[in-house]
Design a protein around this ligand. Sequence first.
Ligand code: KIV
Length: 251
Amino acid sequence: MKRNGEKISCLTAYDASFAALLDQVGIDVLLVGDSLGMVIQGANSTVPVTVDDMAYHCRCVAGAAQRAFIVADLPFASYAEPAQALANAARLMQQGLAQMVKLEGAKIEVVRFLVDQGVPVCGHLGLLPQSVNRLGGYRVQGRDAAQAETILREAQQLEQAGAGLLVLECVPAVLAKAISQTLAIPVIGIGAGVDCDGQVLVLYDMLNIGTGNRPRFSRNFMAGAASIEDAVVRYHQAVKAAQFPGSEHSY
Ligand code: KIV
């Protein structure tokens, strides 16, 4: 799709009913995100989410999707070492039926090891929600030149280590564009501007439901929609036509 210039649509999914709806609408990638800690479990970060939680929700999603590609998050502290990462990735793939696992940060040796063992890996750079307690909040990353250079270099290292996909979260649009143009692998943005190869949002944010405030980079796709299905169709079409995100959703 990247080579053909077709934008990739992605949404988070955590259960069978939403997974089936998203799949039928044509969403390309379903991300079983550890954001479920916040939108399903009501925690104030993704840190409490366990591998058991992820395997359970991934199985719910994978069992209902016929065609979408399924990516599942390795949760906090579940991939500190290559062997630990492989054991937990195997659980997400064997029990959860994930087709790819996602991990946060420039864990280059872990990614290389997983890929060598046959595990497809999605990297995640920019804002790293699992590190919120170190970062001190959910803030845009890569605003200054040195930070931007680091994120670009880490993106290249992840690609060289064999990552097949990269999520970029909350970085300036100009940086995300440069990274998307530099890498051969697809870059999926969230709060990263319209020039990424695809977009992802947390499903509950774009449906304007949930316990917290909707982040600036999301849009309420329920506004003006006739149904949840219509809202998802509108998102899918807006991503494909590069009409979302707009500058008001970008940094
Ligand atoms: O867990 C999640 O939903 C994510 C997205 C924010 C990309 O990682």
